[in-house]
Design a binder for this molecule. Sequence first.
Ligand SMILES: Cc1cc2nc3c(=O)[nH]c(=O)nc-3n(C[C@H](O)[C@H](O)[C@H](O)COP(=O)(O)O)c2cc1C
Length: 384
Amino acid sequence: MGTRVLRTSLCDMLDIEYPILSAGMGPNTLGEQTGAPVDLVVAVSEAGGMGVLGGSGYSIEELRDAIREIKSRTDKPYGVDLLLPKNIAGIEEMAAMGAQELPLSQVIATLPEPYRAWIAQMRSDLDIPEVEIMVRTDTTTMRPQEAVAVCIEEKVPLFCAGLGNPGWMVEEAHANGIKVLAITGNTKNAKRMADSGIDLLVAQGHEAGGHTGRIGTMALIPPCIDAAYPIPVLAAGGIADGRGLAGALAMGCVGVWVGTRFLATTEGGASDTIKENIVKATDEDTIVSTMFTGKTLRAIKSSFHDAWAASGLEALPFPMQIMISSALFQGFMQANIADYIGGFAGQAVGTIHEIKPAGEVVDDMVAQAADILTKKLPDSVKAE
Ligand SMILES: Cc1cc2nc3c(=O)[nH]c(=O)nc-3n(C[C@H](O)[C@H](O)[C@H](O)COP(=O)(O)O)c2cc1C
Protein backbone atom coordinates (compact mmCIF):
# COMPACT_ATOMS: atom_id res chain seq x y z
CA MET A 1 0.00 0.00 0.00
CA GLY A 2 1.35 3.45 0.83
CA THR A 3 2.59 5.70 -1.92
CA ARG A 4 1.76 3.19 -4.69
CA VAL A 5 -1.84 4.41 -4.55
CA LEU A 6 -0.61 7.74 -5.87
CA ARG A 7 0.80 6.25 -9.06
CA THR A 8 -1.48 7.59 -11.80
CA SER A 9 -1.24 7.57 -15.59
CA LEU A 10 0.43 11.00 -15.27
CA CYS A 11 3.41 9.34 -13.57
CA ASP A 12 3.78 6.95 -16.50
CA MET A 13 3.32 9.67 -19.10
CA LEU A 14 5.92 12.02 -17.54
CA ASP A 15 8.13 9.35 -15.99
CA ILE A 16 7.78 10.78 -12.48
CA GLU A 17 7.17 9.12 -9.14
CA TYR A 18 4.36 11.27 -7.73
CA PRO A 19 1.53 13.12 -9.52
CA ILE A 20 2.59 16.53 -8.24
CA LEU A 21 3.70 19.37 -10.50
CA SER A 22 4.95 22.65 -9.10
CA ALA A 23 3.20 25.34 -11.14
CA GLY A 24 4.95 27.62 -13.58
CA MET A 25 5.07 31.00 -11.88
CA GLY A 26 6.42 34.11 -13.54
CA PRO A 27 7.76 37.26 -11.89
CA ASN A 28 5.56 39.17 -9.46
CA THR A 29 6.08 42.39 -11.40
CA LEU A 30 8.75 43.69 -13.72
CA GLY A 31 12.17 43.51 -12.20
CA GLU A 32 11.33 40.74 -9.71
CA GLN A 33 12.83 37.31 -10.28
CA THR A 34 10.55 34.52 -11.40
CA GLY A 35 8.35 32.79 -8.83
CA ALA A 36 9.42 29.34 -10.05
CA PRO A 37 13.19 29.52 -10.61
CA VAL A 38 15.68 26.76 -11.42
CA ASP A 39 16.26 25.95 -7.72
CA LEU A 40 12.57 25.18 -7.21
CA VAL A 41 12.33 23.12 -10.39
CA VAL A 42 15.33 21.01 -9.41
CA ALA A 43 14.09 20.51 -5.83
CA VAL A 44 10.61 19.36 -6.88
CA SER A 45 11.85 17.09 -9.67
CA GLU A 46 14.49 15.56 -7.41
CA ALA A 47 11.79 14.87 -4.80
CA GLY A 48 9.84 12.77 -7.31
CA GLY A 49 7.33 15.33 -8.57
CA MET A 50 7.89 17.53 -11.59
CA GLY A 51 9.23 21.07 -11.25
CA VAL A 52 8.07 23.56 -13.86
CA LEU A 53 10.12 26.65 -14.66
CA GLY A 54 8.27 29.99 -14.67
CA GLY A 55 9.71 31.26 -17.93
CA SER A 56 7.43 34.23 -18.65
CA GLY A 57 9.74 37.04 -17.51
CA TYR A 58 12.96 35.73 -19.03
CA SER A 59 14.63 36.96 -22.17
CA ILE A 60 15.06 34.35 -24.88
CA GLU A 61 18.71 33.80 -23.90
CA GLU A 62 17.94 33.63 -20.17
CA LEU A 63 15.31 30.99 -20.92
CA ARG A 64 17.84 28.87 -22.77
CA ASP A 65 20.40 29.31 -19.97
CA ALA A 66 17.85 28.37 -17.30
CA ILE A 67 16.83 25.21 -19.19
CA ARG A 68 20.47 24.20 -19.58
CA GLU A 69 21.11 24.83 -15.89
CA ILE A 70 18.21 22.55 -14.97
CA LYS A 71 19.62 19.83 -17.22
CA SER A 72 23.04 20.21 -15.62
CA ARG A 73 21.62 19.88 -12.11
CA THR A 74 19.15 17.01 -12.46
CA ASP A 75 18.54 14.00 -14.68
CA LYS A 76 14.86 14.05 -13.72
CA PRO A 77 12.14 15.31 -16.08
CA TYR A 78 11.02 18.95 -15.73
CA GLY A 79 8.68 21.40 -17.42
CA VAL A 80 8.81 24.94 -18.77
CA ASP A 81 5.86 27.32 -18.52
CA LEU A 82 5.41 30.30 -20.84
CA LEU A 83 2.58 32.72 -21.42
CA LEU A 84 1.19 32.71 -24.95
CA PRO A 85 -1.24 35.64 -24.95
CA LYS A 86 -3.30 36.29 -28.09
CA ASN A 87 -2.87 40.06 -28.02
CA ILE A 88 0.02 42.00 -26.58
CA ALA A 89 -1.28 45.56 -26.28
CA GLY A 90 1.26 48.35 -26.64
CA ILE A 91 4.17 46.16 -27.55
CA GLU A 92 4.39 47.35 -31.14
CA GLU A 93 4.56 50.94 -29.91
CA MET A 94 7.31 49.95 -27.48
CA ALA A 95 9.22 48.07 -30.16
CA ALA A 96 8.87 51.14 -32.40
CA MET A 97 10.84 53.07 -29.77
CA GLY A 98 13.68 51.03 -31.13
CA ALA A 99 15.29 49.12 -28.26
CA GLN A 100 15.21 45.69 -26.65
CA GLU A 101 15.12 47.42 -23.29
CA LEU A 102 13.48 50.71 -22.41
CA PRO A 103 13.60 52.64 -19.14
CA LEU A 104 10.22 52.22 -17.42
CA SER A 105 9.99 56.02 -17.04
CA GLN A 106 10.04 56.33 -20.83
CA VAL A 107 7.16 53.87 -21.20
CA ILE A 108 5.22 55.59 -18.40
CA ALA A 109 5.66 58.92 -20.22
CA THR A 110 3.57 57.51 -23.11
CA LEU A 111 0.58 56.67 -20.87
CA PRO A 112 -2.52 58.85 -20.59
CA GLU A 113 -2.17 61.78 -18.19
CA PRO A 114 -4.53 60.51 -15.41
CA TYR A 115 -2.33 57.40 -14.95
CA ARG A 116 0.87 59.45 -14.86
CA ALA A 117 -0.69 61.89 -12.40
CA TRP A 118 -1.79 59.04 -10.10
CA ILE A 119 1.67 57.46 -10.08
CA ALA A 120 3.25 60.83 -9.23
CA GLN A 121 0.67 61.45 -6.50
CA MET A 122 1.25 58.02 -4.94
CA ARG A 123 5.01 58.51 -4.93
CA SER A 124 4.65 61.85 -3.26
CA ASP A 125 1.99 60.78 -0.70
CA LEU A 126 3.92 57.67 0.37
CA ASP A 127 7.36 59.15 -0.04
CA ILE A 128 8.56 56.20 -2.12
CA PRO A 129 11.49 56.40 -4.51
CA GLU A 130 11.13 56.37 -8.29
CA VAL A 131 12.98 53.13 -9.01
CA GLU A 132 14.17 53.04 -12.59
CA ILE A 133 13.98 49.57 -14.09
CA MET A 134 14.34 48.42 -17.65
CA VAL A 135 11.28 47.16 -19.50
CA ARG A 136 12.23 44.42 -21.89
CA THR A 137 10.61 44.11 -25.25
CA ASP A 138 12.42 40.81 -25.77
CA THR A 139 10.85 38.60 -23.07
CA THR A 140 9.43 35.20 -23.87
CA THR A 141 5.91 36.64 -23.46
CA MET A 142 6.60 39.27 -26.09
CA ARG A 143 8.32 36.75 -28.43
CA PRO A 144 6.33 33.55 -28.00
CA GLN A 145 7.41 31.99 -31.31
CA GLU A 146 11.11 32.29 -30.49
CA ALA A 147 10.59 31.16 -26.91
CA VAL A 148 8.73 28.06 -28.05
CA ALA A 149 11.52 27.40 -30.56
CA VAL A 150 14.05 27.36 -27.68
CA CYS A 151 11.92 24.83 -25.77
CA ILE A 152 11.73 22.64 -28.85
CA GLU A 153 15.47 22.89 -29.58
CA GLU A 154 16.24 22.03 -25.96
CA LYS A 155 13.68 19.19 -26.07
CA VAL A 156 12.15 20.09 -22.71
CA PRO A 157 10.15 17.10 -21.46
CA LEU A 158 6.97 19.12 -20.77
CA PHE A 159 5.89 22.41 -22.31
CA CYS A 160 3.21 24.32 -20.39
CA ALA A 161 1.13 27.15 -21.83
CA GLY A 162 0.06 29.33 -18.92
CA LEU A 163 -2.07 31.61 -21.08
CA GLY A 164 -3.49 30.95 -24.53
CA ASN A 165 -4.00 27.81 -26.58
CA PRO A 166 -0.74 26.04 -27.53
CA GLY A 167 -2.44 24.08 -30.36
CA TRP A 168 -0.22 25.74 -32.98
CA MET A 169 2.97 24.21 -31.58
CA VAL A 170 1.71 20.76 -30.57
CA GLU A 171 2.69 18.94 -33.75
CA GLU A 172 6.28 20.14 -33.68
CA ALA A 173 6.51 19.49 -29.94
CA HIS A 174 5.32 15.92 -30.38
CA ALA A 175 7.75 15.36 -33.25
CA ASN A 176 10.50 16.25 -30.77
CA GLY A 177 9.20 14.03 -27.96
CA ILE A 178 7.78 16.96 -25.96
CA LYS A 179 4.47 16.68 -24.11
CA VAL A 180 2.21 19.75 -24.05
CA LEU A 181 0.06 20.98 -21.17
CA ALA A 182 -2.51 23.79 -21.27
CA ILE A 183 -4.44 25.54 -18.51
CA THR A 184 -8.11 26.44 -18.41
CA GLY A 185 -10.42 28.20 -16.00
CA ASN A 186 -13.67 27.08 -17.65
CA THR A 187 -15.23 24.15 -19.47
CA LYS A 188 -15.62 25.85 -22.84
CA ASN A 189 -11.86 26.32 -23.14
CA ALA A 190 -11.23 22.82 -21.75
CA LYS A 191 -13.00 21.38 -24.78
CA ARG A 192 -11.27 23.76 -27.20
CA MET A 193 -7.82 22.97 -25.81
CA ALA A 194 -8.40 19.22 -25.64
CA ASP A 195 -9.44 19.30 -29.29
CA SER A 196 -6.19 21.05 -30.24
CA GLY A 197 -4.07 17.97 -29.56
CA ILE A 198 -2.54 18.72 -26.13
CA ASP A 199 -1.48 15.88 -23.81
CA LEU A 200 -2.57 17.29 -20.45
CA LEU A 201 -5.00 19.88 -19.20
CA VAL A 202 -4.90 21.81 -15.92
CA ALA A 203 -8.31 22.89 -14.61
CA GLN A 204 -7.46 25.90 -12.48
CA GLY A 205 -10.15 27.18 -10.14
CA HIS A 206 -10.94 30.68 -8.87
CA GLU A 207 -9.05 29.98 -5.62
CA ALA A 208 -5.71 30.02 -7.46
CA GLY A 209 -2.95 32.57 -7.06
CA GLY A 210 -2.01 34.69 -10.07
CA HIS A 211 -4.28 35.01 -13.13
CA THR A 212 -7.52 33.27 -12.37
CA GLY A 213 -11.04 32.67 -13.65
CA ARG A 214 -14.47 32.70 -12.01
CA ILE A 215 -15.26 29.02 -11.33
CA GLY A 216 -14.24 27.37 -8.07
CA THR A 217 -11.97 24.31 -8.29
CA MET A 218 -14.57 21.85 -6.93
CA ALA A 219 -17.19 22.95 -9.48
CA LEU A 220 -14.70 23.19 -12.35
CA ILE A 221 -13.08 19.76 -12.23
CA PRO A 222 -15.98 17.39 -13.10
CA PRO A 223 -17.21 19.24 -16.23
CA CYS A 224 -13.63 19.82 -17.39
CA ILE A 225 -12.84 16.11 -17.08
CA ASP A 226 -15.97 15.34 -19.12
CA ALA A 227 -15.22 18.00 -21.75
CA ALA A 228 -11.55 17.12 -22.14
CA TYR A 229 -11.99 13.33 -22.13
CA PRO A 230 -9.81 11.37 -22.97
CA ILE A 231 -7.21 14.10 -22.31
CA PRO A 232 -6.24 13.72 -18.63
CA VAL A 233 -6.86 16.60 -16.25
CA LEU A 234 -4.82 17.96 -13.33
CA ALA A 235 -6.44 20.06 -10.60
CA ALA A 236 -5.19 23.50 -9.56
CA GLY A 237 -6.33 26.23 -7.26
CA GLY A 238 -6.32 25.99 -3.49
CA ILE A 239 -4.27 22.77 -3.22
CA ALA A 240 -1.57 23.00 -0.57
CA ASP A 241 -1.28 19.62 1.13
CA GLY A 242 -2.08 15.91 0.91
CA ARG A 243 -5.77 16.50 1.58
CA GLY A 244 -6.00 18.56 -1.61
CA LEU A 245 -4.02 15.98 -3.57
CA ALA A 246 -6.17 13.10 -2.33
CA GLY A 247 -9.33 15.08 -3.10
CA ALA A 248 -8.20 15.85 -6.64
CA LEU A 249 -7.33 12.20 -7.33
CA ALA A 250 -10.63 11.05 -5.83
CA MET A 251 -12.44 13.41 -8.22
CA GLY A 252 -10.80 11.76 -11.22
CA CYS A 253 -7.78 14.00 -11.80
CA VAL A 254 -4.44 12.42 -12.69
CA GLY A 255 -2.48 14.89 -10.59
CA VAL A 256 -2.16 18.39 -9.19
CA TRP A 257 -0.56 21.66 -10.31
CA VAL A 258 0.43 23.58 -7.20
CA GLY A 259 1.55 27.22 -7.11
CA THR A 260 1.23 29.17 -3.86
CA ARG A 261 2.43 26.31 -1.64
CA PHE A 262 5.66 26.00 -3.65
CA LEU A 263 6.14 29.76 -3.82
CA ALA A 264 6.41 29.82 -0.03
CA THR A 265 9.30 27.34 0.11
CA THR A 266 12.99 27.84 0.68
CA GLU A 267 13.57 27.56 -3.07
CA GLY A 268 10.45 29.49 -4.16
CA GLY A 269 11.23 32.69 -6.05
CA ALA A 270 9.16 35.18 -4.01
CA SER A 271 10.92 37.80 -1.91
CA ASP A 272 11.19 37.17 1.84
CA THR A 273 8.52 39.80 2.52
CA ILE A 274 6.06 38.05 0.20
CA LYS A 275 6.84 34.63 1.70
CA GLU A 276 6.18 36.06 5.16
CA ASN A 277 2.93 37.63 3.91
CA ILE A 278 1.82 34.21 2.63
CA VAL A 279 2.52 32.57 5.98
CA LYS A 280 0.71 35.34 7.88
CA ALA A 281 -2.32 35.53 5.57
CA THR A 282 -5.62 33.80 6.32
CA ASP A 283 -8.02 32.38 3.76
CA GLU A 284 -9.86 35.72 3.71
CA ASP A 285 -6.82 37.80 2.87
CA THR A 286 -6.61 37.49 -0.92
CA ILE A 287 -8.46 39.47 -3.58
CA VAL A 288 -8.95 39.29 -7.35
CA SER A 289 -8.18 42.50 -9.22
CA THR A 290 -7.02 43.73 -12.63
CA MET A 291 -4.69 46.24 -10.97
CA PHE A 292 -1.44 44.32 -11.47
CA THR A 293 -1.61 43.14 -15.07
CA GLY A 294 -4.92 44.19 -16.66
CA LYS A 295 -6.24 40.62 -16.30
CA THR A 296 -8.04 39.23 -13.25
CA LEU A 297 -5.30 38.21 -10.83
CA ARG A 298 -5.42 36.94 -7.25
CA ALA A 299 -2.98 38.42 -4.75
CA ILE A 300 -2.76 39.07 -1.04
CA LYS A 301 -4.92 42.11 -0.34
CA SER A 302 -2.84 45.18 0.39
CA SER A 303 -3.18 48.94 0.73
CA PHE A 304 -2.11 49.09 -2.94
CA HIS A 305 -5.51 47.60 -3.89
CA ASP A 306 -7.32 50.22 -1.77
CA ALA A 307 -5.35 53.06 -3.35
CA TRP A 308 -6.07 51.73 -6.85
CA ALA A 309 -9.80 51.41 -6.10
CA ALA A 310 -9.82 54.96 -4.74
CA SER A 311 -8.13 56.26 -7.92
CA GLY A 312 -11.24 55.47 -9.99
CA LEU A 313 -8.96 54.50 -12.91
CA GLU A 314 -9.75 51.64 -15.31
CA ALA A 315 -7.01 49.06 -15.74
CA LEU A 316 -5.18 49.27 -19.07
CA PRO A 317 -5.06 46.09 -21.22
CA PHE A 318 -2.45 43.38 -20.47
CA PRO A 319 0.50 43.91 -20.39
CA MET A 320 0.46 47.75 -20.25
CA GLN A 321 -1.14 47.76 -16.80
CA ILE A 322 2.00 45.96 -15.59
CA MET A 323 3.93 49.17 -16.31
CA ILE A 324 1.70 51.10 -13.93
CA SER A 325 1.77 48.57 -11.11
CA SER A 326 5.52 48.06 -11.53
CA ALA A 327 6.25 51.79 -11.43
CA LEU A 328 4.92 51.82 -7.86
CA PHE A 329 5.59 48.25 -6.75
CA GLN A 330 9.33 48.61 -7.12
CA GLY A 331 9.16 51.69 -4.89
CA PHE A 332 7.16 49.77 -2.26
CA MET A 333 9.75 46.98 -2.35
CA GLN A 334 12.69 49.36 -2.04
CA ALA A 335 11.08 51.27 0.81
CA ASN A 336 9.94 47.89 2.23
CA ILE A 337 6.37 49.09 2.92
CA ALA A 338 4.89 45.67 3.72
CA ASP A 339 1.31 47.03 3.75
CA TYR A 340 1.55 47.83 0.06
CA ILE A 341 3.45 44.71 -1.07
CA GLY A 342 1.00 41.82 -0.56
CA GLY A 343 2.20 39.40 -3.25
CA PHE A 344 0.55 37.15 -5.84
CA ALA A 345 -0.94 34.20 -3.95
CA GLY A 346 -4.05 32.03 -3.81
CA GLN A 347 -6.60 31.22 -1.13
CA ALA A 348 -4.36 28.30 -0.15
CA VAL A 349 -2.51 30.86 2.01
CA GLY A 350 -4.96 29.81 4.74
CA THR A 351 -3.35 26.34 4.78
CA ILE A 352 0.29 27.49 4.67
CA HIS A 353 1.85 28.12 8.06
CA GLU A 354 5.56 27.79 7.44
CA ILE A 355 8.23 28.16 4.81
CA LYS A 356 9.96 24.83 4.28
CA PRO A 357 12.09 23.15 1.61
CA ALA A 358 10.14 22.21 -1.53
CA GLY A 359 11.24 18.57 -1.21
CA GLU A 360 9.60 18.46 2.21
CA VAL A 361 6.37 19.86 0.74
CA VAL A 362 6.35 17.01 -1.79
CA ASP A 363 7.16 14.38 0.88
CA ASP A 364 4.45 15.64 3.26
CA MET A 365 1.86 15.86 0.50
CA VAL A 366 2.63 12.33 -0.63
CA ALA A 367 2.56 10.85 2.87
CA GLN A 368 -0.71 12.55 3.82
CA ALA A 369 -2.50 11.75 0.54
CA ALA A 370 -1.36 8.12 0.62
CA ASP A 371 -2.56 7.82 4.21
CA ILE A 372 -5.99 9.23 3.33
CA LEU A 373 -6.43 7.13 0.21
CA THR A 374 -5.48 3.89 1.93
CA LYS A 375 -7.98 4.40 4.75
CA LYS A 376 -11.64 3.57 4.32
CA LEU A 377 -13.60 6.76 4.72
CA PRO A 378 -11.53 9.29 6.65
CA ASP A 379 -12.86 11.22 9.58
CA SER A 380 -12.04 14.88 9.54
CA VAL A 381 -8.30 15.04 8.76
CA LYS A 382 -6.54 17.78 10.68
CA ALA A 383 -3.06 19.15 9.97
CA GLU A 384 -0.32 18.01 12.39
C1 LIG B 1 3.30 34.29 -8.03
C2 LIG B 1 2.53 33.57 -9.06
C3 LIG B 1 2.90 33.70 -10.39
C4 LIG B 1 2.23 32.99 -11.37
N1 LIG B 1 2.66 33.09 -12.66
C5 LIG B 1 2.17 32.23 -13.59
C6 LIG B 1 2.76 32.15 -14.88
O1 LIG B 1 3.71 32.88 -15.21
N2 LIG B 1 2.26 31.22 -15.74
C7 LIG B 1 1.22 30.39 -15.39
O2 LIG B 1 0.86 29.51 -16.16
N3 LIG B 1 0.61 30.50 -14.21
C8 LIG B 1 1.09 31.36 -13.29
N4 LIG B 1 0.54 31.38 -12.03
C9 LIG B 1 -0.56 30.45 -11.72
C10 LIG B 1 0.02 29.08 -11.33
O3 LIG B 1 0.64 28.47 -12.43
C11 LIG B 1 -1.05 28.12 -10.79
O4 LIG B 1 -2.03 27.87 -11.77
C12 LIG B 1 -1.72 28.57 -9.51
O5 LIG B 1 -0.76 29.10 -8.63
C13 LIG B 1 -2.43 27.39 -8.86
O6 LIG B 1 -3.16 27.78 -7.75
P1 LIG B 1 -2.56 27.81 -6.25
O7 LIG B 1 -1.75 29.07 -6.19
O8 LIG B 1 -3.77 27.87 -5.40
O9 LIG B 1 -1.74 26.58 -6.05
C14 LIG B 1 1.16 32.13 -11.04
C15 LIG B 1 0.77 32.01 -9.70
C16 LIG B 1 1.43 32.71 -8.72
C17 LIG B 1 1.02 32.52 -7.28
